[in-house]
Design a protein. Structure first.
Length: 231
């Protein structure tokens, strides 16, 4: 398994010192090299220095993600953002998804703000042993066997809800996410879709040839929403 997937963690304490321009240029280059889950969905990723709604996570920089409103947009952002999260962790930088954070300056394009990732030099241990992960067992999140699902199991999720379920059959992984409850349904629907994209990023990292599509004949699963199928 990808070494960074096995040891990454969400960093919540940062050195307030701004990163040098050469480091930020490397991050910008990585942003340009990200592969979207849905190439037809317009999105943007910007580096900003200030964000509101970060709930006490004070970082020198934030990645601000925006997208057009379209089916699959949130999964797309999760997929792209987790590529950057893994890159930052592999580069010795800390990062943390922050669901409610927004840049202090208003978005000037037609794209809608989605989510932020805080990043910078960590002021706490950057990595952890795999035994330190607090995750549900595979038997709670999947049926059938595909070794790539273990990478998805280790993916971060909002409030560590781990609201995904996978069915492995015929060299495919059918992907579902939990239906949100009525209370704060829109917020958790959005975050659950982003989490699905994050998990799919981990699956893609473990795939020699990754492809993802929505099938018209996918079976329903009570309490879950069909997200798509890894082929």
């Amino acid at each position: 398994m990808n070494e960074i997937i096995m040891k990454r963690k969400s960093i919540r304490k940062f050195d307030p010192t701004a990163l040098g321009e050469s480091v930020l240029d490397t991050v910008r280059e990585q942003i340009r090299n990200c592969k979207p889950l849905y190439p037809d969905i317009k999105y943007s990723v910007k580096i900003v220095d200030k964000a509101k709604g970060a709930f006490g996570i004070n970082a020198p920089h934030y990645l601000a993600f925006s997208s057009e409103e379209k089916d699959g947009a949130y999964e797309n952002i999760g997929f792209i953002g987790q590529q950057l999260d893994l890159f930052l962790s592999s580069s010795g930088l800390g990062s943390c998804w922050i669901g409610m954070a927004k840049p202090e300056e208003k978005e000037t394009s037609s794209l809608q703000h989605v989510i932020c990732i805080a990043f910078g030099k960590p002021a706490e241990p950057l990595h952890r042993d795999i035994s330190a992960f607090s995750r549900l067992p595979l038997t709670d999140i999947c049926e059938g066997y595909d070794e790539r699902i273990e990478a998805a199991r280790l993916a971060p999720s909002a409030r560590n809800m781990q609201g995904w379920f996978f069915v492995a059959e015929d060299d495919k992984i059918i992907c579902y996410r939990k239906k949100p409850g009525a209370l704060l349904g829109f917020i958790f629907s959005k975050l659950g879709a982003i989490d699905m994209g994050i998990a799919l990023c981990h699956i893609s990292e473990e795939s020699e040839d990754f492809s993802f599509k929505k099938e018209t004949s996918a079976p329903d699963r009570k309490g879950y929403i069909y997200a798509g199928t890894v082929c």
